[in-house]
Design a protein around this ligand. Sequence first.
Ligand code: ZN
Ligand code: ZN
Ligand code: FE
Length: 759
Amino acid sequence: MERFKIFIKGRVQGVGFRPTVYRYANQFNLSGFVCNTQKGVLIEIEGIEENLKNFIEKIKKYPPPRADIKEIKIIPVKIKGEKNFKIIKSKKDLKVEVEISPDIAVCKDCLKELFAKKDRRYLFPFINCTNCGPRFTIIKNVPYDRKNTTMNEFSMCEICQEEYENPLSRRFHAQPNCCFVCGPVLKLLDNKGNFICEGIEAIKKTSKLLKNGKIVAIKGIGGYHLACDAFNKKVIRILRERKKRYEKPFALMAKDLETIKKYCYVSKSEEKILESWEAPIVLLKKKGEIFPEEVAPGNNYLGFFLPYAPLHHLIFHFEKNLNVLIMTSGNFSEDPIIYQDNSALKLLKNISDFFLTHNRKIYINCDDSVLRIFNKKIYFIRRSRGFVPSPIIIPYNSKKIIFAVGADLKNTFAFTKENKVFLSQHIGDIGTFLSYQAYKNSVNLFKNILEIEPEIVICDMHPDYFSSKISKELFPDLEKISVQHHHAHIASCMADNFSKNQKVIGVAFDGTGYGIDRNIWGGEFLICDYESFERRAHLKYFPLQGGEISIKEVWRIGAVYLYMVFGDTFLNLNIDFVKKIEIRKWEIIKKMVDKKINSPLNSSMGRLFDAVSSILNIREKISYEGQSAIELEMKIKNSKLPPYKYEIKKEKNLYIIDPEMILFEIVEDLKRKLNVGEISYRFHITVVDIIKNVCKILREENKINKVALSGGVFQNIFLLEKVVEILKKEKFEVLIHKQVPPNDGGISLGQAAIGVFKS
Ligand code: ZN
Ligand code: ZN
Ligand code: FE
């Protein structure tokens, strides 16, 4: 006989850990107890050696599906001679440090019951268990107990209560546990809020409405989706018109994996992540033009995800001919997803024909995550539902509790606690009333569930950033440290890779970031660590005439670039782009550029992509961020042609990359009627070539071999692939993002990591 004390750390609470331990202990005839502690789970276990060994093996090999064991410590202790095994309550005053679980897609066991005619939860749209169901979006406070979730409004019926209390049940301490008798109820409403029907009838009717070309707002896990049939061109057009989202791709929910495979190429790793419990939207290469162009105009990829709420499965179940739905966030442009019932009815009534809603409250909004697979690994576009609030582990302990405010676009914020950085869900573009509300609500929730009060605020240097202003309002008395945007990008990539505080060559390519010289940066090579950075190379400045308006009307950028290269004579160039320019408009732009009025200097790589996209006549204006670069990438046609020429000039300690020759040669290619796809290819490999050559110069000078790639431009998968390939060939060690997006959604991680060293 022996007895062990076993400490287990990681995501081990709220995932059915104790009942699993209980079952295993019984299986191997062991006695003792299991309980939650401040740091994780504590087991005391007693029995014969062989059984103890098997028990420990089993926990290691088969922990509950959602658990994530990070550490197991085993200490032999004195035998107590107990008879049986117990789950004991944690001490009342015990301050429990728990990792709150993200929301989890409905599990296989629950799905089986959902469609088993004899099960008491047959077709129950809120079925869940310890292994699945909503978590992050229903929790109001810690500890994660029913009374601290939005399920507190429902009291369990006798049978549910029994399941909840029975350690052998899959629903032991499943906080959202409920059934037809005691749980929430679905309702179908028209867009004036009038009741139509409820329960299963409401789902059946919804499926019919969708099949018949209607738009239905469906309340899901983290907010309302706007849904319609993905094969119905007419309704998609109406949806685009009403939502004022004219071209940005819509996400598609397919009823199963087989359906997705009909329309897209799906690799093994893509299959795995599509079917994972995180259930993100995965960007997949499409097989052909099967869907109406309106789904994702000008894009070779489709964003697919699988049903993750039981309700989604039921909607497909009731209408056999409904295979793929457009499921887009219920919101306006880049606002956060709408999740409260009253605001949904108010704000979405002009978009949606019907509402499928219910009375289980969503406490916090959480958009779907979006990612792609790159080199068999996850590469985020947006990290949100399914991943939040799991922390990112960094190699240093934060002495103070840091609040990192994030960027203004694609905002996420972050809190630090020891060596963990807790990134918020996707908040969206900050600046509107709704995003402001969402930001504040989320900050409060994170403070509650992490049980922390921030001690220092890290924000962007930009004097006009909304996020910085909000943080001043939220924490007026705290010390604030500002961090340069591109330094934060690179620090984010370093932290994402668990990098130590050693200097790297940081390539930060994006659209906009405030520079220390007060110009707009975005084509930057930094030598940096977490503590400091040095700007060592950048794309040559050009005047971004009009600022914001040029970012939307990208032809203005193209025109100014050509003007810089050819002078006034560019208007005589025999290319389509020039022929379309309205001379009157151009004259005004030219005057402003010449007089340096409202023409901030800009070194952004994103803007160079805009310029090229417009000169190639691909985009004149854009209707969503990044559109011109995305469509330029989509046009790529592989070619044997070499990169374009460009110049790298040394000015003191700084290298200036002058793209003048690139534009000159692009015009030459256009004149000789070279295919736009091949020009796009040449442009892309030119950017690759620039990165390679500048990195080589910087390696030579600084004896640094590590390159970190970050910034929104690295969402361009062609570019990323080629850059990684060529840098590896040149024997560089290359860091790319793994757990947070390369775009501004990852900025808060970088700010937090820098904050650890600056506070
Ligand atoms: Zn389940
Ligand atoms: Zn019940
Ligand atoms: Fe950025």
